[in-house]
Ligand binder design. Structure first.
Ligand code: CO
Length: 201
């Protein structure tokens, strides 16, 4: 209060402070004076109604639900591939994290041609075996989905036609680090153009 007289430049702000300081004790005094018996039970009730527990429970429910949803949509260990009435995959490369214990590849044929005319599969092999497997595929015929019996094949789906889907799940433990892998469709005539690279990162 004594500084008010000596500081002209901050007079207005200090006047506001002094006014605020003057009003705050008054309000506190009023509430304290008029509601001593009423305020204490009210504050106790508020303290019971506003604990952190309900908030934590409300937060926990969406947190537990979000990872499940995100996992379904963005699971890096599940790969979705589409094929159609042309000799092509929807993706020419696939990479998966090495932390995946296993990988699932879902192959969907969105076309209309039957598998006898435009069949597709997904066969994963070391890249240096791609040509061998591709050429051997046609020899084993449709009864084997054009997938030859070869130990170099890491994983293979069945053969699908228009409107059909298939999938295969395989362990990454069988893949050798530093080896380049490729996938191909072993339907006769497809492997030379219907292929892609598979990388474990
Ligand atoms: Co094909």
């Amino acid at each position: 209060m004594l500084l008010l007289a000596g500081c002209g430049s901050e007079e207005s702000s200090e006047s506001e402070r002094s006014a605020a300081q003057a009003s705050e004790p008054t309000e506190q005094q009023q509430s304290a004076e008029t509601g001593t018996s009423m305020d204490q039970p009210a504050e106790t009730q508020n303290a019971e109604a506003e604990p952190a527990q309900p908030t934590e429970e409300a937060m926990a429910e969406p947190e537990s639900a979000e990872p499940a949803t995100a996992g379904d949509d963005n699971d890096p260990c599940t790969v979705t591939l589409e094929v159609g009435d042309s000799i092509a995959y929807s993706r020419n490369s696939i990479s998966v994290p090495s932390t995946c214990g296993s990988v699932t590849v879902n192959l969907t044929h969105t076309g209309t041609l039957p598998k006898e005319a435009m069949g597709h599969n997904w066969v994963l092999v070391p890249s240096d075996a791609l040509q061998d497997i591709g050429q051997a595929g046609m020899d084993v015929g449709p009864q084997n989905d054009y997938v030859p019996d070869d130990d170099r094949i890491v994983a293979a789906t069945g053969l699908v036609g228009g409107g059909q889907s298939t999938s295969v799940t395989f362990s990454l433990a069988d893949l050798e680090a530093g080896t380049a892998y490729s996938y191909l469709c072993t339907f006769p005539g497809h492997w030379s153009v219907m292929r892609g690279t598979f990388t474990v990162e």
